[in-house]
Ligand binder design. Sequence first.
Ligand code: PHE
Length: 454
Amino acid sequence: MSERKSIHGEWSSQLAFFLAATGSAVGLGNIWQFPFIDGNNGGGAFVLIYLACIVLIGLPILIAEVTLGRRGRESPVNTLRGLALDEGRSRAWVGVGFISMVSGIIILSFYSVVAGWSLDYLLLSLRGAYAGASPDRVSRMFAGLTANPWRQMFWFTLFLAVSLWFSARGVRAGLERAARIMMPLLFALLLLLVVYALIVGDAGAAFSYLFSPDFSRLDGQAVLLAMGHSFFTLSLGIGAMMVYGAYTPNNVSIFRVSIWVAVADTGVALFAGMAIFSLVFAKGLAPAQGPGLIFTTLPVAFGAMPLGSLFGAAFFAVLVLAAWTSAVSMIEPTVAWLEERGWVRMRAVLAVGAVVWLLGMVLDFSFNIWSGVAWQGRTLFELFNFVSSDIMLPLGGFLIALFAGWMVSERSLRRELGVSRPLLRLWLLVLRYVTPVGVLLIFLNALGLIRGAL
Ligand code: PHE
């Protein structure tokens, strides 16, 4: 087990670590992205592939990140520096830590904008703004929000400010507390929504859509999308889970908790999908709506249901809670690194927050004032999302898998994980061979090098 000590503090228990890591994993990726990616790719078969990716790619890297983090006990940059030194490897591995810090900051900038929309919709729901509204009116409502840079700025700034406040309070009083308050509330509200959707919605249609596979609609592109999403949804490749691992007490079983985090994360995505599609199908709406699914289609469904505004508000509250506990983990690698360089935590948080805010403003404007600015057919918002989620994240994950699988000695890993040799070997086998090949495919696909080849 790790002999080092974290200067940032530790989670108070195994449960606290589980809640914080699940808080990081469960986010907009589960509730906003998963349903629409799934919808765009034909449902059932996509879910199966996604589950396979979680088990074969996501989980092994999750375990690797937490293990490396706990061994190093520092920010990803310094953890990688320390471990590379311990194992007699090149110092260049530190670069992976830097890539991860940059991705975290970029991801948080667009994440905050989408979470800001959710806050706006929470208020709209409470005001009954879409009760009985036609699809056309709801679409105009969404367009009205994104067209207004100041309204968007207000909400994303508010979202970011609350995230920074929790971050500034440190590991236990901030990150852990946010998870302890928000995650149980999120689970309870989600459960309520699922029950509601099962009663008023078309659960049968949603179930068969999500779970009866139609392989004819599955192509190579969808497989690669599923792999990419398994990364994003488990917060991998940007050092978030590594730094959370650095705060994990020695007596926590990394294997066990990681499995539970993956189960909880997948469970939330599937439950959210069930709730959303039950409502959408009950109103005869189309599931394949792209990113606008929950902001343009879903409100129409809620608006036509009994107590729709109230449950709509609960839905957007779930989104915001999920986003907050993820947001704090995205900047933690950078905040921890700055602290290790002698910065006071508050100052580190403010500095990182300022950069995220400026990037967020650029994205805000990309929907209105700068909506004409595009590069290779992508708006700035799409570009940020693409570079961070599709390129930097898999790249980070690939390198982390290589580092943990090939650069760290089996003995060190075994000491940290404390599992039986056969289990360790099985994990290493997947981590060394299956995972990197899978990630390489996602990556080449993102760069457009193998598009259509599968
Ligand atoms: N896992 C989060 C989600 O699904 C996103 C995230 C990515 C969080 C990377 C932290 C780091 O929404």
